[in-house]
Structure formats: C-alpha cells, structure tokens
Design a protein around this ligand. Structure first.
Ligand code: XUL
Length: 521
C-alpha cells in the first residue's frame, strides 16, 4: 500500500503481486475536513509569504481514509507492507514525549483526539512558504556562499527548504523550539503514525532540507550548527529509502484489522516517489511532466549541484544514486497563450503549425515568459524572438511561434538538465500535454532520445506502493535487491515517439545558440 499525503488530499494506492493497481481511495482535505478551514489544503497568511497547514489535518485525514476503506470492507489484513509520500520540505514539530503517545494509542479511539496535544507548533510551514529569505542569506554566509550550500546539500538555500524554516522557528518562537522533542518532515511524521514511534528520514526527502550532506547522506554538522542548537537530537537518523522502519503499530491491527506482520518502509517525498512510480532507475532515465508548471526529474550518477538551477536529491530507489529535479513556472498556460495568439487557437491547429514548420525553425529561437521564470531566474515577463543569426526580431512567420515555444522549452530542459548532470537516455512524458503526439515527437528530436508515455495518475502514491514492495522484498530476501528486480513484470510504458538521428545535426548546435541567447536575456 502506498499513501500520499499531498498538499490537497490523502490518497491510497494498493498493488497486488502482479503489480497491478487493485484499489484506490482518497480524501480531499478542504471538502472532507472543513473544520480546519484550509483552502487548497493550506492556510495563506496576510504577509503574502507565509503558508502553513495543521499537521492534525493529516492525522484526521488518515482516520477518515481508513474509516472509509473499512466501510467499503477493504481487506486490511492482506496488506503486507506500507510506504508513503509527503509533500516535500514541510516540517512537523512534536513535543517532548510525543513518542510515548504514539506508542500507547488506544484502539477504541481515533488518532485525531489522541494526538491533538502533541504539536509544539500547531500549524506547520509547508513548501509553498517563502518567508525565510533572511535565514537563507544567513545560511549562505555561514557556509561559504550559495554555491557552497548547493555543493554540500544538493540545492542552494531555498525559502521552502526545511532547515531555513527550522531556523526561523528557532529564532521567532524559541519557547516552541525548546518544547520540541522531534522535528519531522511531513513524510516521516506520517510514517510515525503508522509505526507508533518517531520515524527516520530517508535521503530522497532528507535532501530537501539544506541540512543533509548529499554525498554521505548524513546530517552535515556545519549545516545543522548554523540552523539551531541541539538540532541533531531533534532530527533523528537518516536511513536508506528501502529500510523497513518497523512493524505497523498495534493500533492499526486492533482498530482496522491490519496483520501484525504488516511492515512499514521509510516514507519519502512526492517527487522522489514519482521517480519510483516511473521506474527511473538508470542514470539518464528522466521524466518530463507537463502541467500548469513543468517539472523535469531523472536519475543521475554524477550530480553537479548548482546554486542557480535545479535540485539534487538522494535517489529513493538506488541507495548510491541521485535524482535531479528542475521546475519551470512557464508550462501549460504559456503554451496555451501561444496557441491562442499565434497558432489558430486549438490544439489541432497547433499540431498543424508543428507539422508545417521545419524542425529547428530555420534557426529561429523564441523565449516566452508569461510568468516570472525560475529556471533560469527571469523576473521580467515578455517574449523575445531571434533570427538564425541571433538578431532580435519582432515577429515570426505563421506557425513558427508554435514551434519556437515547444522547441525552446525542450532546449531549456536539455540545457539546464545538462548543467546539473542529467544526460537523457530515455524520457517519460506525463501530464496534460503528453497526449499531444506532435509535441512528443519534437521532444524526442530535441533530446535525441525515445519518448514513452504514462497516463497513470497518482504517481506519488503508486511510487510509494512500489517502494513498499521493494523494501519488503529486500527485508524478506535479507539482501539489497535492485529496485527493478522487485518490479519485474510491472506494466510497460507505451513507446510514443522516436528521435530522428539526422536531427542531431540541427539540435546540438541549436542548444549552444539557445544557451547564449538565454544568457543575453
Ligand atoms: C519540490 C516542491 C513541491 C512539493 C509539493 O521541491 O516543493 O513539488 O514537493 O508537491
């Protein structure tokens, strides 16, 4: 069973021994638990920067989900192993002694009332928070600059990253910090509920804190020291992602009928779990998720952390591997804007534009920033068009904007992926735009790699279920089993587009021209 505590809902995905999905359930936080007064699962504060969510909401959601599954006569006793996923970076502050509460839960009562008094901070900072710029700059100063922070932890100091959130709480709410016995991530907190004890953190989600040494996968004493006093004792251990962290707690067996033999595998973040769902195990396996914002992630063996772009996390499916994550703000909305203004207003018309223009767009390159962009950081929105000699031009010919926005987005992904060590071998396309065949063909050509598609929604909870199976398999066989050995027989992805090898000669030099023009913007 995989559980995904995402920003807006809790989902469960169950797979059986043939690796097919046999059950899915979900609870929407705003709708099912209105008393927490969240919108989109969070509380946005009046400063416009602070965003929080009550951890008791996630506890109440687990009660509600399990009750709903029990009403549907879900056979809990057949669940062999559970793992899970949490929105990344968020932190949960548990009072001294909360571990005793977790260990002594009364099966006659729901979790919610029993855990209510356990939080020293009742509203947890979450990934949408951007209120910690001062703490980020202090971290940069203490650790030798932005690039030094990235080289040590895998990412530059980011406002949403847990270490900076902890530093803010330690300085603004010292009594609450002193009352805290354990600081957990959303993922490890939710795992704690299942094992009835404080759960360890693993390197996939642990890397999203600006506190872990990316290479050793242990807490960095220097990063801890510049965050808060006596932090190591409050964070607990970091364990490999496939670790069985305990049997399920007696509360789950007595109240819902789970088997006492059911095991729990370390929970990870939603992005690392999506990497597991898409089985991106080998360096060069990457995914492009095209949604409101676009996300690129993939496996790599020689990470090159950068202070200006992307993040590197520990791989959740390879104890020695790494994963890259690059986010873009200009995704679907920007593609739709180009479609509506310059490409006939419909996707069939847009596809016609792609078909009627030449790959490489006769050397023409466009940059379309409808939103301030994060990769690369571009704060001024606008459209920039260049001819084949790199001279700015005001307009393109008919159809060329459609090709320019798609080629430009993929060239950017190839460039910024390369900058942090991602060398694509095979691409999995997911999200809304991945149903569009001409977009996928352009993707294959720009990257020079085959493109596969996966339309399975809920990738984080499915990935957590795969990781549960993986951890269970390793424990059962008493050796490390490669992830894909545990996943042998999983349904194959559909091969959707092949690269045209002749187009390397077009796109390789175009990438270098793109990089130069991007710098000029
Ligand atoms: C990743 C990030 C989000 C969250 C929420 O760095 O902040 O993707 O994990 O889903």
């Amino acid at each position: 069973m995989g559980l995904d505590f995402s920003t807006q809902r809790l989902k469960a995905t169950l797979i059986d021994s043939s690796l097919g999905v046999v059950h899915e359930s979900e609870i929407d936080f705003d709708r099912s638990l209105p008393e927490f007064k969240t919108r989109g699962g969070v509380h946005r504060h009046s400063d416009g920067l602070t965003v929080t969510a009550p951890p008791l909401l996630w506890v109440a959601a687990l009660d509600a989900l399990l009750d709903a599954m029990r009403r549907r006569r879900f056979p809990f006793k057949r669940v062999a192993c559970v793992s899970g996923s949490g929105q990344q970076h968020g932190s949960v502050y548990l009072r001294h002694g909360a571990d005793r509460v977790l260990a002594g839960l009364d099966p006659a009562l729901p979790l919610r009332g029993q855990l209510e008094g356990c939080f020293s901070i009742p509203d947890s900072p979450v990934w949408m928070d951007s209120s910690t710029s001062a703490q980020c700059r202090a971290r940069d100063r203490a650790l030798g600059g932005a690039q030094a922070v990235a080289a040590l932890t895998g990412s530059r100091s980011c406002e949403r990253f847990t270490g900076n959130q902890i530093a803010k709480i330690r300085s603004k709410q010292p009594e609450a910090y002193a009352a805290t016995g354990r600081i957990a991530l959303v993922s490890s907190f939710c795992a704690s509920l299942l094992i009835g004890d404080y759960a360890p953190i693993e390197p996939g989600d642990g890397a999203g804190m600006n506190l872990m040494n990316l290479r050793t996968r242990a807490w960095s004493p220097a990063a801890l020291a510049c965050t808060a006093k006596n932090l190591a004792a409050r964070l607990g251990a970091i364990v490999p992602s496939h670790t069985v962290i305990g049997p399920i707690s007696p509360w789950f067996a007595a109240r819902h009928g789970f088997s006492r033999a059911c095991r729990v595998v370390a929970f990870s973040g939603d992005n690392p779990n999506s990497l597991a769902a898409l089985r991106l195990e080998r360096p060069g396996d990457m995914a492009i998720s095209m949604g409101t914002s676009d996300t690129v992630f993939g496996a790599l063996s020689s990470p090159r952390p950068s202070a200006t772009e992307g993040h590197i996390f520990g791989s959740p499916i390879d104890p020695e591997g790494y994963m890259a994550l690059i986010g873009y703000k200009n995704g679907s909305l920007t593609r739709e804007w180009v479609r509506d203004r310059f490409a006939g207003g419909s996707w069939p018309q847009f596809e016609r534009c792609l078909a009627e223009t030449q790959p490489g767009n006769r050397g023409r390159i466009g940059f379309y920033y409808r939103e301030p962009e994060m990769t690369p950081p571009v704060f001024r929105t606008g459209v920039w068009r260049f001819d084949c000699r790199g001279r700015p031009i005001r307009r393109f010919n008919e159809g060329e904007d459609a090709r320019a926005v798609i080629e430009g987005q993929f060239l950017s992904m190839r460039l910024h992926g390369r900058n942090i060590g991602l060398a694509p071998r095979k691409i999995l396309a997911t999200g809304g735009a991945s149903v569009n065949r001409s977009i996928l063909k352009t993707m294959a050509d720009v990257f020079g790699a085959p493109v596969y598609t996966s339309c399975r929604p809920n990738s984080a909870s499915l990935g957590a279920a795969y990781r549960a199976l993986h951890g269970w398999d390793c424990a059962r066989k008493k050796r490390y089993v490669p992830f894909m050995e545990s996943l042998r027989g999983a349904p194959p992805f559909e091969r959707a587009a092949e690269p045209d090898p002749a187009l390397r000669a077009t796109y390789d030099p175009m990438l270098e021209r793109y990089a130069k023009l991007e710098r000029s913007i």
